[in-house]
Design a protein around this ligand. Structure first.
Ligand SMILES: [Zn+2]
Length: 139
């Protein structure tokens, strides 16, 4: 568990390493996971490791990728949630989801989360046009 002050400190450190990671956004991720059982030093270590990992695109992944965590903290980490779309895969690191992302079939924001692909460009256009028409016809 970390305090608000500790979350702010980690957010500033990560921003120095990864300027694209905003301080407020990182702090929100850390505050959302404030009940995480890891100690401050372990969270800091995992966060820095995540920030140094070029494959980690957002601070939200700090808590999803267990390989970023120090070995002694791993046994106490909560079991990662299973991917809702792929049986036997962890949500944060689901290889099948990442394969979908690389193939352009799933947005990266939905790795480890349920994704309902659009039914097709024609359907999407039809819905969009219908919504637009409805908006134009409103008094
Ligand atoms: Zn998956």
């Amino acid at each position: 568990m970390i305090t608000e002050k500790q979350a702010t400190m980690i957010a500033h450190v990560l921003h120095e390493i990864r300027p694209a990671w905003g301080i407020d956004g990182t702090r929100k991720v850390l505050e959302r996971n404030a009940d995480h059982p890891a100690a401050f030093g372990e969270v800091l270590s995992a966060a820095v490791t995540a920030a140094l990992d070029p494959d980690t695109q957002t601070p939200g992944r700090i808590y999803q990728i267990q390989t970023h965590w120090p070995a002694k903290a791993k046994p106490r980490l909560p079991k990662p949630e299973a991917c809702p779309d792929h049986v036997g895969q962890d949500g944060g690191t689901c290889r099948s989801c990442w394969a979908d992302v690389k193939a352009g079939l799933r947005p990266e924001s939905h790795v480890g989360k349920h994704w309902e692909p659009p039914t097709g460009i024609a359907d999407a256009l039809e819905v969009s046009l219908a919504e637009r028409l409805e908006a134009d016809l409103r008094p």
